[in-house]
Design a protein around this ligand. Structure first.
Ligand SMILES: Nc1ncnc2c1ncn2[C@@H]1O[C@H](COP(=O)(O)OP(=O)(O)OP(=O)(O)O)[C@@H](O)[C@H]1O
Length: 263
């Protein structure tokens, strides 16, 4: 290994987490490295994908194992480190817009860029650049956030997350309201920007096609652990094996087109 090989910035080790009852996550390991290719998470509804994302940012406290940011335990970060963490690790969830809906898109993005600059995370991007990153038309800049469609709001949430030039972008079903025919294009632009800025991306989605296209490495979450990891074609190709996990078989059945394409 060369001395300059990138090191993971956000790392979950033997992560156990839940909500007081039986643990939802029962020993998950994950590494996110700036500059590395996007990592995908697939799994049926309720298996704990969002719980994993929340545990990665300290919103769900692990009861076992740990999550570290730059080597420090996330749930024990001090005030200054926490502030840095919030700029460096951005989450975009399905309904992730936490801003005044009366603002115009331009005001929202300009304000976020100013905040990023004050926090020492200026990225040299303009509002126009950000709109392009997430495939929002320039004419939408003068519209109020409230007036945007669900899919446009989701794209704005992505644009806002990019304002801090994050080291890690955690995307939890970020494009559900976007027309399926547009998802690929938005994801491609996002992946390009992430690559240019060395942002590590974790993509959680039910959309097997999307995850397969964007993420060279995919983890399948079931029974609280990753039951399969690797390139999606390899995972789907093994779905017919005698020892294949039922979640992998279900994945191939639920996404026959993807299974065929990747086979
Ligand atoms: N705040 C909470 N309190 C108690 N239980 C919760 C809470 N949030 C989630 N759960 C439970 O934890 C389990 C995992 O939920 P989670 O939302 O992580 O699954 P998911 O894989 O993201 O599902 P989906 O694909 O439907 O979004 C589910 O059984 C869910 O009901």
């Amino acid at each position: 290994m060369s001395a300059t090989s990138p090191t993971p910035i956000l790392r979950a080790t033997e992560l156990v987490a839940g909500y007081g009852g039986p643990a939802v996550l029962r020993g998950v390991g994950l590494e996110l490295t700036p500059g590395a290719a996007p990592v995908g998470i697939l799994g049926e509804s309720g298996v704990g994908k969002s719980t994993l994302v929340q545990a990665l940012v300290g919103q769900v406290r692990p009861t076992g194992g740990q999550v570290t940011f730059e080597g420090r335990t996330v749930s024990r970060l001090g005030r200054r480190d926490k502030k840095r963490f919030r700029g460096a690790v951005r989450t975009v969830a399905q309904n992730g817009l936490d801003i005044d809906l009366r603002w115009t898109v331009d005001r929202a993005l300009t304000g976020a860029l100013t905040d990023a600059r004050k926090a020492g995370r200026a990225n040299g991007r303009s509002v126009a650049d950000l709109l392009e990153d997430v495939a929002l038309e320039p004419r939408l800049a003068s519209r109020t956030v409230h007036s945007l469609s669900g899919g446009e709001k989701q794209r704005l949430a992505l644009g806002l997350a990019l304002t801090t030039r994050p080291d890690v972008l955690l995307l939890d079903e970020p494009l559900t309201a976007v027309d399926p025919s547009m998802r690929g294009e938005i994801a491609r632009r996002l992946a390009d920007t992430a690559r240019e800025q060395s942002t590590a991306v974790l993509l959680v989605s039910h959309d097997v096609e999307l995850v397969g296209r964007l993420c060279p490495t995919v983890h399948v979450l079931a029974d609280g652990v990753f039951v399969a990891s690797g390139p999606l074609p390899q995972i789907l190709a093994a779905a017919g094996d005698d020892d294949a996990h039922v979640a992998v078989r279900d994945l191939a059945t639920a996404a026959p087109l993807a299974a065929q394409r990747f086979r």
